[in-house]
Design a protein around this ligand. Structure first.
Ligand code: HEM
Ligand SMILES: *[C@@H]1O[C@H](CO)[C@@H](O)[C@H](O)[C@H]1NC(C)=O
Length: 338
């Protein structure tokens, strides 16, 4: 399919994708979420989340990255419904062991901690999906990123999907067009994709996520200068070519690893993106639109912040309509209520 699509125009591509996958079952911008959903039932919830996130991010800024990624992975699998938080049980196969998540997705304990406090303040009121969405917003602020209002009122799913976790989430060695189609399928645009990828301005990647990049085209996309060359050789010393070093990690934004800023895009302009998928937004011959957006956000941090905020709200509004009807407020984020 990929080879065939690559020879066609982008518009033909989009048509084919929707023809292939069927119309998206979830839509962004559902009107059912509101800013004041908890105003009378749990007025303290925003303060509780903020306070715990402040504590966690101060003690280790990586916690901000964990929570932000967790929210993204929640929303791309049957909507933002807390399905990612469910543990495997005899009757339920969760999403935590899917290829992109296993050994990689973290922050579950922090969400448990916040949920426990929310339950003692207002039992049975605040969904895990909402806690995760609010926590992701606070994570971004706490490392220097933009503020946005978080619409709430999500319900937690009573199901999870290991299969969708394996098919819907983008992977670092996937082609640009294929990743684009995964965002379009969720009702998100190419602009949303480029802006949301700016989340890689914080956090770390493991060696298997960037191995093919550093032993692949890194040398040819990057500018030939001593800093870039020593960066690449340092990456190679962290991550051996064949196997091993699988738990070795490095920052995706080596300039300011724990500051939420636009240096991620400047790194892409230098051809030094750590993940193949990130660099493709600037370097791929299919990335005409994405390249312009990368340039824009590299030059204009405010434009990046504004678009990131808007796109985060849009992503957070991917609703699992089934959960809104059959969903619940879980007592424990790891298990459906009995
Ligand atoms: C565009 C497609 C995307 C791809 C292919 C992708 C892929 C990846 C990969 C491979 C890692 C490293 C994981 C590891 O090695 O353990 C990662 C980390 C991360 N991703 Fe993405 N990602 C994408 C989009 C996003 C989006 C939309 C967000 C949030 C809005 C996000 C947030 C993060 C964060 C914060 C980390 C760092 C996590 C940590 O420090 O452990 N990513 N991503
Ligand atoms: C992991 O990284 C360290 C340096 O950060 C390096 O000394 C070690 O050799 C790496 N492990 C492998 C298997 O390459």
């Amino acid at each position: 399919m990929e080879v065939f699509l690559r020879s066609k125009s982008f518009f033909v591509h989009v048509v084919l994708i929707f023809g292939f996958l069927g119309a998206p079952r979830v839509y962004a911008s559902e009107p059912s979420l509101t800013l004041d959903y908890y105003t009378s039932t749990c007025p303290t919830v925003f303060d509780v989340v903020r306070k715990e996130m402040e504590c966690a991010v101060t003690s280790d800024p990586r916690n901000a990255a964990f929570i932000l990624r967790l929210h993204f992975h929640d929303c791309f699998i049957q909507g933002c419904d807390g399905s990612i938080l469910l543990d495997d049980t005899i009757t339920l196969k969760g999403e935590k062991t899917a290829a992109t998540n296993i050994h990689s997705l973290k922050g579950f304990g922090l969400i448990d901690k916040i949920k426990n406090i929310a339950e003692s303040d207002c039992p049975g009121i605040v969904s895990c999906a909402d806690i995760l969405t609010i926590a992701a917003r606070d994570a971004v602020i706490l490392v220097g990123g933009p503020y946005w209002d978080v619409p709430v009122g999500r319900k937690d799913s009573v199901t999870a999907s290991f299969e969708l976790a394996n098919t819907n989430l983008p992977t670092p060695d996937e082609s640009l067009l294929s990743i684009m189609s995964k965002f379009l399928y969720q009702g998100l645009s190419v602009t949303d994709m480029v802006a949301l990828s700016g989340a890689h301005t914080i956090g770390m990647a493991r060696c298997p996520s960037f191995r093919s990049r550093i032993y692949g085209d890194f040398g040819s996309t990057s500018i030939k200068n001593p800093i870039s060359e020593s960066y690449l050789s340092n990456l190679k010393s962290i991550c051996p070519p064949i196997r091993g070093g699988n738990n070795n990690i490095t920052a995706m934004d080596y300039v300011t690893p724990y500051l939420f800023d636009n240096s991620f895009y400047q790194i892409l302009l230098n051809g030094e993106g750590l993940l193949n998928s990130d660099q493709e937004m600037y370097s791929s011959i299919f990335g005409i639109e994405t390249r312009e957006l990368v340039k824009k956000y590299a030059a204009d941090p405010l434009a990046f912040f504004q678009q990131f905020s808007d796109s985060m709200v849009k992503m957070g509004n991917i609703i699992n309509s089934e959960s809104l009807i059959n969903g619940e407020v879980r007592k424990n984020c790891r298990f459906v209520n009995t």
